[in-house]
Design a protein around this ligand. Sequence first.
Ligand SMILES: Nc1nc2c(ncn2[C@@H]2O[C@H](COP(=O)(O)OP(=O)(O)O)[C@@H](O)[C@H]2O)c(=O)[nH]1
Ligand SMILES: [Mg+2]
Ligand SMILES: [Zn+2]
Length: 360
Amino acid sequence: MARDVFRTFPSTLHRNTLDREPTALQRLGWSASFSSQIDIEVLARMPPARVVAVHRSGLEARGDDFEVFLPPRPDVTVGDWLLVDRGRPMASRLLERKSVLARRAPGTGRDVQLIGANIDTLFVVTSCNQDFSVARLERYLALAFEAKIEPVLLLTKADLIADPRAFADAAAAIDPRACVVALDARGPDPAQKLAPWLRPGRTLAFLGSSGVGKSTLVNALCGEPVAAVSGVRERDDTGRHTTTHRRLRFLACGAAALDTPGLRELQLTSVDAGLAEVFADIDEAARHCRFSDCRHETEPGCAVRAAIDAGQVDSARLARWRKLVAEEAFNSASLAERRRKDREFGRVVRAVLRDKLSKR
Ligand SMILES: Nc1nc2c(ncn2[C@@H]2O[C@H](COP(=O)(O)OP(=O)(O)O)[C@@H](O)[C@H]2O)c(=O)[nH]1
Ligand SMILES: [Mg+2]
Ligand SMILES: [Zn+2]
């Protein structure tokens, strides 16, 4: 590897934690939920480092007083914390996550793709224009609720329309637990309007379609240079213009931000609990259907249809719920199937090996 594996800086690991200023490690997002996982002796031998960027060639991680470049690991994503063995940097240990965002990987496979880990706030970014879609926002909210991450709906390009209130109201109607902020991503709006979430040591993720202003937002908040704003993007192997890697950026306020490349599709997988939360009204009604396997079509005693007839549930919302539940079930079922097949394959391999050994 051309690059030095370790670069070291003055250590603040053992600095008094009562200091008012957050330590370098705290600014990286370190908190009690991680230190409680390890003994102090282990900590001295294997210092923690946060994965700040994922490249095809490997992981870039930053510790309190060092930076390290590690080989790629499919189970590790940006935002993860690793304990790095200074003698054997490749044998790092992944710490248990506070939260993780994942989707079904694009393409025909049913792999899970990790989007980011240890995120405190998910900013779901859309614009006050044709990008705005209640169905898409519900999808992102299911992801956030499943991961137990606080969601905030950001409506950019509010400066381009006379009155963004209609968009803000439609967004606010989706779920009372999600704050809604309409803003101009350029200029002073982000620092002012997002101030409640811009706290040292917090990790914020920005997700949304391409072109909605995620990089503009992160750049507006940034203390370091800078995410490519549309037009000046890198080019990946396939020739498409895109931001090729995921990177945590450290903001002037002391928080960290994950600017993801625009997700062309966010296919849900393993988020049944999140969906039940976003569609709590339908989920609740469905508990009262006469048949436990009610499809809410023509069955007698269907409480969901009754709620629609009574005007308590919108039929368009039921249609969106059906679509997401079917998609989630399909992706998760095929994932379970794959895991089962992998296990079977492992058994076959082990049986063959045993057989070979016994014939020696
Ligand atoms: N007028 C206006 N333009 C914006 C706003 N947010 C983003 N843009 C512009 O929209 C384009 C796409 O922004 P970018 O940050 O690259 O979007 P990303 O793909 O989500 O990262 C750029 O030309 C931005 O200057 C906004 O709130 N108001
Ligand atoms: Mg961008
Ligand atoms: Zn029913």
